[in-house]
Design a binder for this molecule. Structure first.
Ligand SMILES: O=C(O)CCC(=O)N[C@@H](CCC(=O)O)C(=O)O
Ligand SMILES: [Zn+2]
Length: 336
């Protein structure tokens, strides 16, 4: 296998490769761009016009997606997977990956769309670098742009695998992309309805990519991911990479559940209290009238939406950040 296929090893060791560019026997060019960043380019005659950004490890303890990208890279470097797409592989937060922690000082996935400019430290610099790498990768005209930012969650979930689809004024969510996600094993999609500061929102909003955060199961350390079944996603990613994806029937979304955001729960102060059991699962339903959270100055978050569910409840976030999302079921009438 070509040495550049070992991007994860290099990243874990904090090393730069001796050779920055290597060619597989099929003429696929692998180019190391920066720590945790590698571009794969098929020979021109095989290029099918898709630019695919695959990122993982934006949160350093979410290892199943990192292992998945590592397997794909090994296959490419061995010549077993023959790309027709241009691909950018990114391991988001190398320092946190080495430590096995979600982040070191601050959550990289709250620093996009300009937020890193209002901050400092290595994670703000990394968010800036990730924006730059993504912007440069998606700068070629007349190509399709697709970004999957792969994650696993802090807690268990009633719906194991799901996607979050960013929002931009005047742009409709794509039914075809939802069909593709369904085929990749996603059981639900949360359709966002306002701008956000996460990586997929940046590539969707600023770079014109179809972009998604994918949640694949519960976060565990390296080597302990048997419980995270990514086989459908892995198969679909290989098909996307090789340009062999089967036709997708977009009319029926084959049971894919759609949700929209009712409210984001923002933690305003150290007095914030979330009235949920510690082991509550994502997508748990909440009763009308339930006092979900309390904060300074008698602020109370009371459930007033029929069918409301909670995802990503986390009272430990820094003040000013999202401590959970209240979601409700929605229909498919606004899809393009
Ligand atoms: O389990 C949790 O509470 C968080 C899991 C996670 O890291 N999710 C992403 C979602 C990003 C998005 O909103 O698209 C995150 O919180 O950064
Ligand atoms: Zn994550």
């Amino acid at each position: 296998m070509l040495a550049l296929g070992k991007l994860l090893e290099l990243t874990l060791a904090g090393r730069e490769p001796a050779e920055k560019t290597q060619l597989t026997v099929e003429g696929v060019r692998m180019r190391w761009l920066s720590e945790g960043a590698l571009e794969v380019r098929p020979p021109q005659a095989r290029d099918n016009g898709l630019d695919l950004l695959l990122s993982a490890g934006i949160h350093g303890n979410e290892t199943a997606p990192i292992e998945l990208l590592d397997r794909l890279l090994h296959d490419i470097a061995r010549g077993d997977l023959k790309p027709r797409a241009r691909i950018l592989f990114l391991f988001g937060n190398p320092e946190a990956i080495r430590k096995g922690e979600r982040f070191v000082e601050q959550d990289v996935n709250r620093l996009f769309n300009g937020r890193h400019e209002q901050s400092s430290g290595s994670e703000a610099l990394r968010a800036c670098e990730l924006e730059r790498l993504a912007a440069s990768f998606f700068s070629l005209p007349d190509r399709q742009r697709l970004h999957y930012d792969l994650h696993t969650a802090i807690r268990g979930s009633k719906i194991e695998q799901f996607a979050l689809y960013p929002w931009k004024e005047g742009r409709q969510h794509s039914r075809l992309e939802l069909a593709r996600l369904r085929a990749a094993g996603m059981e639900a999609v949360l359709l966002q309805n306002k701008p956000s500061i996460v990586f997929s929102s940046y590539t969707y909003d600023k770079l014109g990519a179809e972009a998604f955060t994918l949640e694949l199961g519960k976060a565990r350390p390296f080597g302990q991911n048997d419980g995270v079944n990514v086989s459908l996603l892995e198969t679909r990613l290989k098909q996307i990479i090789e340009g062999t994806e089967p036709e997708m029937a977009e009319e029926g979304l084959d049971g894919l559940q759609l949700f929209s955001v009712a409210r984001e729960i923002i933690k305003h102060s150290d007095a914030f209290r979330l009235n949920l059991p510690q082991d509550i699962e994502n997508f748990s339903e909440l009763e009308l009238g339930y006092v979900l959270a309390e904060d300074l100055a008698n602020t109370r978050w009371i459930i007033e939406e029929e069918g409301a569910r909670i995802i990503f409840p986390n009272p430990k976030v820094k003040n000013g950040l999202r401590a959970g999302i209240l979601i409700v079921p929605t229909g498919d009438e606004n899809l393009a």
